[in-house]
Design a protein around this ligand. Structure first.
Ligand SMILES: [Zn+2]
Length: 327
């Protein structure tokens, strides 16, 4: 604006600052600064030539008086009105910029780099296609058991079982389902453990010290010597966000006649460890229509059932299961 209003032709324009950090930001054309600093840097770089910016030492910076204050007695003779003395000298005598002024950018003013990981594997897995088609763990296990029997028949036609599915076949199918879920959800952790490497602290399984037992990822933990069964010591790990996990919780809720989240969590933990289990179970059960109807009914004081007379009768007399249709 000053240049535009002046009638005097200007051969060159120089900009001065006594802030070495501001100078390094103005001259920086590679680093991406935070939004506030970046906007001001871009405005200065657009309006001025970067090469026109120079450093002036604080001692001879006449503009400093504006920010630091000047006593009235010194105001009239302040060099602000005449300009710094070195400007009356030829350019060769101007303050020389030292190399120490080239300070690195402040990390707080640099925009944080965000890592984006893109999964280029677009081929859906067998489990991700098949499992969501089932709405009951019982039926899913049966389907996988049939698949396993068919695979066995292709290999050994003579010795393959015939007739209804047996308990051990269902058990094997269930473990196969868990294995497929783990291969999809904990692929990174499984590959690290198989190669003998440590799991990173950022992994949700880090604190569980997982181990691989019969090809399945189980909780390692500190209960090796506890007087409990192997399944309770090393429960099988499952992710919270998976269709199979939803089916397991829904089945456990129905099998226990709509028990509370704590009861279901305790029951499931005897052989399974769902990451973030308490929250997951609570959120799954909150979607149960029968439970919601029951609690809505119980909270109405006019419809509330009378308290049982004897402590022996404190068992829930009415079950929402009675209102549910058969599975
Ligand atoms: Zn329920």
């Amino acid at each position: 604006m000053v240049q535009r209003e002046l009638d005097v032709p200007l051969d060159a324009v120089w900009h001065w600052t006594d802030s070495s950090s501001a100078l390094s930001i103005i001259r920086n054309t590679k680093t991406r600064f935070s939004v506030y600093v970046g906007h001001r840097q871009a405005e200065i770089q657009d309006c001025t030539e970067i090469s026109s910016w120079r450093h002036v030492p604080k001692k001879v910076n006449v503009a400093d008086g504006l920010s630091r204050g000047v006593y009235p007695a010194d105001f009239i003779d302040h060099p602000y009105f005449q300009g710094p003395a070195f400007l009356y000298e030829p350019e060769s005598r101007w303050p020389v910029e030292s190399a120490a002024l080239q300070v690195p950018p402040d990390p707080n003013e640099v925009r944080r780099e965000q890592e984006m990981v893109m999964n280029t594997n677009t081929t859906p897995s067998f489990a991700s296609i098949l499992f969501p088609k089932f709405h009951s763990m019982f039926r899913l296990i049966a389907a996988i058991a049939v698949f396993l029997r068919y695979r066995e028949w292709l290999r050994q036609k003579d010795t393959t079982r015939k007739g209804p599915l047996m308990l051990d076949e269902r058990r094997r199918a269930e473990l196969e389902i868990f294995r497929l879920v783990q291969e999809s959800a904990f692929a990174k952790e499984l590959s690290l453990i198989r190669t003998g490497e440590n799991i990173p602290k950022s992994s949700p399984l880090y604190r569980l010290r997982p181990i691989i037992v019969d090809g399945l990822l189980c909780v390692g933990g500190r209960l090796q010597n506890a007087p409990i069964g192997f399944d309770e010591r090393h429960p099988i790990l499952l992710p919270a966000k998976d269709h199979v996990t939803d089916l397991i919780i829904a089945d456990a809720h129905k099998d226990s006649l709509h028990a509370s989240p704590n009861q279901i969590t305790n029951e499931l933990r005897k052989r399974l460890w769902i990451v973030g289990m308490k929250t997951k179970v609570k959120s799954s059960i909150s979607k149960c229509l029968a439970c919601r109807r029951y609690h809505a009914l119980a909270s109405n004081k006019w419809l509330r059932c009378p308290r049982p007379e004897s402590p022996c009768l404190k068992t829930r007399l009415w079950s929402p299961e009675a209102t549910c249709s058969a599975r």
